[in-house]
Design a protein around this ligand. Sequence first.
Ligand SMILES: Cc1ncc(COP(=O)(O)O)c(C=O)c1O
Length: 389
Amino acid sequence: MTRTYRRISPVAENYPASSIRKMFNLALDFPDAVKLTVGEPDFNTPEHIKAAGIRAIENDNTRYVANAGIPELRSAIARKYSRRWDRGIGPENVMVSFGAMEALTFALDVTVSPGEEVIIPDPSFPNYMGQVHRLGGVAVSVPVREENDFKLRAEDVRDAVTDRTAAVIINSPSNPLGSVMDRTELEQIAELADERGFTIISDEVYDQMVFDDAVFTSIAEVRPDFDRFLAIGSFSKTYAMTGWRCGFVIGAEDFIAPMSLLQEGLTSSLPGFVQEAAVAAIEGPQTDVDRMVSSYAERREILIDRINAIDGLSVVRPEATFYAFVNVKKWGLSSWELAIALLENHNLATIPGSAFGPAGEGYLRLTFAVSPETINTACDRLEAFAAGR
Ligand SMILES: Cc1ncc(COP(=O)(O)O)c(C=O)c1O
C-alpha cells in the first residue's frame, strides 16, 4: 500500500493554537498598551537563587546530568513535599522536568494511550488541550461554574467518566479562575479514581500562591494510601523563575521510573546549574516567597475593588494565583470582540475568557502581577469603555 502523500503530520497540522499567544501577538502592534495578559510574576528571581546558578556555572556544572534530575534536587523536593503533605516522599517519587509543561507531558505519556479519554476542566490552562491532542488522546471537558465559585465539582467529573477515561486533569489553584478546590470534592474525585481506575494529574504550580482566607489541599493529602495521582509542581511562579524552566512531577514510583527513559529521548536532562539554583530556592530563605505572595494579595484588593465598582462588571474574589476572571456578560460582546475593542480603542490588553475553553465565554482574564499603577490605569480604561457604551 502506498502512503498518502503529505508533508505535515495531522498532529502538527491540527495542533490547537493558543488564543493567549494570539492575543499576545496582536498586542505587539500596540506597544504602549497596558497589559494585563502575562501569566508570570513581575518580580526578578531572588538574588540567592541567581547566585547559586552562577556559582554552579563557575564550578563547571555544565555537562549532562542524570535524566531524572540531580540527586540533590530530587531529595530537596522530596523533603519539602514530605513536610507539606505529611506523607513519605522519597527521591524515587520525584522526576525533575523542563517546567511544569514537560511534567505534564510525562504525566500524560505514562498514563494515557492514543484514543483514550482525558477529562479537562473548562475553563482551564489551554496547554492541557494541546498536550492531549499531541498524544492522540481525546479531551473531554467538564464545566467549572461561576455559581460554584469556580470550583470543580466531583459530581461533574463523575458524569464525564467513561470506560475510556485514562486520566483527569485538575488544576487547583486554578489558572485562569483563581479558585482553590474544596477538600471534599478532591476526596470524592480520588475515590472515583480508585473505583474507575484512572489517574489524577493534579497541576499544583500555584500551590504556594494562596491568600490568607483560603486553604489549599493537594491531591496528595486526601488520604495517606491514595496513590493514583501525579502532582505537578514548578519553580516558575513560587520563586519567580519562569525562564529557568524547572518543574517536577511527584507520584508513585511505577509512574515516575519510566519518565527517566522518556527524558533520555526528549532532552536528556535539565541543565545542572539550573537544578542547583532550584536546590537553593528550596533550601534557602523563604522570605522572598512570602513577600511576593503578600504583594499579590494587596494588588488583588485594588483590582477587585475597582472592578466591582465598574458598571456591568463583576468578579468572584480570587483565593489564589494572580488572576481574576471577570464576568463581562452584561456588556453583551463576545469575549474576543471585547478584548479586541479594549485593545484597539483603549490600548488595554486582556485575555478573552474563551481562550480557556467554551465555558470561558463571557469573561476576561486579568492578571494582577503588575504594578498598582498599571492596575489603576487598566481599570480607568475599563471605566472609559463602560462610559462610552
Ligand atoms: C496552570 C499552569 N500550569 C502549568 C504552567 C506552566 O508552568 P512552567 O513555567 O513550570 O512550565 C502554567 C504557566 O502559566 C500554568 O498557569
